[in-house]
Design a protein around this ligand. Structure first.
Ligand SMILES: N[C@@H](CCC[C@H](N)C(=O)O)C(=O)O
Length: 282
């Protein structure tokens, strides 16, 4: 599936005890036909009468706590399977809700943002995370030294720029910033330009996946960081390379993310050989 071009494998592991190992994720990603940004593994509920447990695996094999575009894909897949529109999930970051509207657009409630330095987490104490200073050596763009940081379940740094987000070599400094010592669990790195208070342009270098067409949690982080630095309103359209997402920071502190999800093809993986059989195409 894809969520605005964010390449997602929704892996149905219900009824099994199978786990996606880091080695398996790396091997699946190495095949051109199954290259992905994240695997969203659907597991049985952890305890009876609770929600399906969703595990998120990046293409480098690492685990992520949250993935907004992937959650929309999971909602769409389950809605097509079960003919209902509202779902509750359990993730390592907590309970999440998702709903498919009659328009086909999917909204996920991504929970509440966290701004304390130890929640993001950062390796250094900052009283105010609306702007933190990074020492990164000779990177040519001074704006890339002072991001706003936040956790949407996963760690994000939003670098604010006044000019075109495409004029920055995110492929070059993304890996440096992702692995900066300030971020003990690494971080998702975004460049954001605010066009109007309700319109943000965003590019993201994702932790564990690199440059992607869309990152839902980065869009949420940009909106909450924008609102708390008075750059944006509490609701905005966030334009990412793959298209538009709508993010809203609600009065109850929850953040919702709305956008499309697309089915591409379905298949079966033979765990013994690693070979895929396609059984259904869009
Ligand atoms: N594509 C995602 C984010 C996936 C996880 C991220 N790379 C991380 O490691 O935190 C999204 O849509 O939110």
């Amino acid at each position: 599936m894809n969520g605005l071009g964010n390449q997602i494998i929704v892996a149905d592991l219900r009824g099994t005890t199978a786990r996606v190992t880091p080695e398996a994720a790396i091997a699946i990603n190495a095949r051109p036909e199954t290259r992905f940004d994240q695997i969203m593994a659907i597991h049985d509920p952890k305890t009876p009468d609770t929600a399906n447990y969703i595990e998120i695996i990046n293409s480098d094999g690492s685990r992520a706590q949250a993935c907004g575009n992937g959650m929309r894909c999971v909602v769409q897949a389950l809605s097509a399977e079960q003919g209902r529109q509202r779902f509750t999930f359990e993730t390592v970051a907590g309970i999440l809700f998702g709903e498919e509207a009659d328009t086909g657009l999917i909204t996920v409630d991504m929970g509440t943002p966290k701004f304390a330095w130890y929640d993001i987490p950062l390796n250094e104490e900052f009283a105010d995370t609306r702007q933190v200073e990074l020492q990164i050596g000779p990177i040519d763009a001074p704006v890339l030294h002072s991001p706003s940081v936040a956790s949407m379940g996963n760690p994000h740094a939003t670098f604010w720029v006044k000019d075109d987000v495409w004029s920055y070599a995110l492929d070059r400094f993304g890996p440096l910033l992702e692995n900066h010592p300030l971020f003990p669990e690494r971080a998702n790195i975004s460049i954001a330009q605010v066009l109007t208070p309700d319109r943000i342009i965003l590019r993201t270098w994702e932790r564990g996946a690199g440059l992607t067409e869309a990152c839902g949690t980065a869009a949420c982080a940009a909106l909450v960081n924008g609102a708390r630095t008075r750059r944006t309103a509490r609701k905005a359209t966030v334009t990412v390379p793959g298209g538009d997402l709508v993010v809203e920071w609600l009065p109850d502190d929850h953040v919702t993310l709305t956008g499309p999800a697309e089915f591409e093809w379905r298949g079966r993986l033979d765990p013994a050989t690693g070979a895929w059989t396609r059984s259904e195409a869009a």
